[in-house]
Design a protein around this ligand. Structure first.
Ligand code: ACO
Length: 429
């Protein structure tokens, strides 16, 4: 149970130097409520004090029970379980269930959950025609954003967001259909026929099937690559109030249906500073071209010409625990696929940057995207698909937060304030 403001003995005393008045603000869970600042006024007509927090660097927008992160200690836990324990032993569907329901599934619950998901992997044939309408070189992330939004037109019942059974059906559909939409977007770009889902395969194995199946009657995924994809999906499944998840919650707070809210979340993820970063890492490694060019590239990063993509994180300031887990998987993948020349460049960039004072002083370490892109490339997945894979992985996290936000009695439609700094009233001559 969350502590209430009335029960809390802890207070923050604030003295306003403009009036000399003091105020006692209750502290609950280490935070004050910014609405409590409103009582701080210079005169009765004053609107009251606000908190200014561009980019929400120090503002908690919700109470959440889903994911815990300690950026300084490099801790990431889903529903209390350390990511290190989950990534090595659980399937993506188990993790999705955990994020959404708060507990890992029993064997019977997992069987039912898996059956529900596999039952919904197909997409309406009209969506194929919709994807067909895109230009041959359309970015698959643009196609995904549009296709996810378009799903809402196929399931108008999704607007009944207050009905638990309807909500559950849309959650199942979204988790089930994301790999299908993603693989179809890829095959459209490649000019290949659409390979339908194979319900006998695991979630990761089926995605590989829809990506790579050619003339064989039954596609058999390579178990190492299937496992690597599963781990990558698990590592991306949630990351609390990041840009795309906050977008999902914000759009969801207007009571929009989950397809519409999730297409907005996908759009937020598309940006190069967020889910687009793994694509940018690869483009950066390609631009560097060879190990000899790295010192000059690093010099230009330090001169502020551009950023070292895949380095730095808003929350993790010592190490990204996901990056450490992914490195192990990378080695297993390269044993199957062979080493990519870009990997040598990546490892040298990492070595030089980690020993460089600029990166040490700025607390810049490789993040999850530094390695995920290299693994995807080795697996033969084209660069444009990297953020799409991130989106598939993040889907259960987005949906868990969407639902948590909807069921939270403290939440309302999201609506930040601003500090107006434009002109005072002026008039046309
Ligand atoms: N390369 C070089 N310098 C950097 C980098 C970088 N990748 N990241 C931050 N810095 C520097 C900034 O220039 C700034 O320096 P200054 O204080 O001397 O001006 C300082 O570090 C702080 O940077 P901010 O942008 O304020 O840090 P913030 O926490 O807001 O940014 C972010 C986090 C966006 C991830 C940033 O580190 C970045 O742009 N990294 C590259 C893109 C990337 O890899 N994104 C993936 C994030 S992980 C994810 O979404 C799953």
């Amino acid at each position: 149970m969350a502590e209430t403001a009335e029960a809390s003995q802890d207070r923050l005393t604030v003295t306003d130097s403009r009036t000399g008045r003091s105020y006692e603000l209750p502290i609950v869970d280490g935070a004050i409520r910014t609405l409590d600042l409103r009582q701080i006024k210079v005169d009765p007509d004053d609107f009251g004090m606000m908190a200014y927090d561009p980019a929400f660097q120090n503002t908690a927008s919700c109470r959440s029970k889903i994911t815990y992160i300690d950026g300084d200690l490099g801790i990431l836990r889903y529903r209390g379980y350390p990511i290190e324990e989950l990534a090595e032993s659980k399937s993506f569907l188990e993790i999705s269930y955990l994020l959404l329901n708060g507990e890992l599934p029993t064997p019977a619950a997992l069987e039912q959950w898996t059956a529900e998901i596999t039952n919904h992997t197909f997409i309406h044939e009209s969506i194929k025609h919709f994807i067909d309408g895109f230009h041959h070189d359309a970015h698959p992330m643009g196609m995904l954003v549009s296709a996810v939004a378009a799903l809402s037109t196929f399931y108008p019942e999704a607007k009944q967001i207050r009905d638990p059974a309807t909500r559950h059906r849309q959650i199942v559909r979204l988790i089930a259909k994301m790999p299908t939409l993603a693989a179809f977007a890829y095959r459209h770009a490649m000019g290949l026929y659409y390979a339908y889902p194979d319900d006998d395969l695991s979630y990761a194995g089926n995605f590989l099937n829809m990506m790579w199946r050619a003339t064989e009657l039954k596609y058999q995924p390579n178990p190492v690559l299937e496992n690597a994809l599963n781990v990558l999906l698990v590592l991306h499944a949630d990351h609390e109030q990041n840009c795309s998840t906050s977008t999902m919650r914000l759009v969801g707070s207007s009571d929009a249906d989950p397809y519409t809210a999730m297409s907005a979340a996908c759009a937020a993820l598309y940006g190069p500073l967020h889910g687009g970063a793994n694509e940018q890492v690869l483009r950066m490694l390609q631009a560097i071209g060879s190990v000899q060019n790295i010192p000059d590239y690093i010099r230009r990063v330090k001169a502020g010409e551009f950023r070292l993509m895949g380095f730095g994180h808003r929350v993790y300031k010592n190490f990204d625990p996901r990056a450490q887990l992914i490195k192990k998987v990378a080695d297993q993948v390269f044993e199957v696929t062979g080493r990519s020349p870009l990997l040598d460049i990546a490892l040298e960039v990492e070595r030089i940057a980690l020993a460089d004072e600029y990166f040490i002083d700025h607390k810049l370490y490789p993040n999850v995207d530094f390695y995920s892109g290299i693994i995807y490339l080795a697996m033969g997945i084209p660069v444009e698909m990297f953020p799409v894979l991130f989106a598939i992985g993040r889907t259960p996290g987005w949906l868990a937060h969407w639902e948590e936000g909807l069921l939270d009695p403290e939440q309302k439609i999201g609506r930040p304030r601003q500090l107006y700094v434009g002109p005072e009233t002026r008039h046309l001559d």
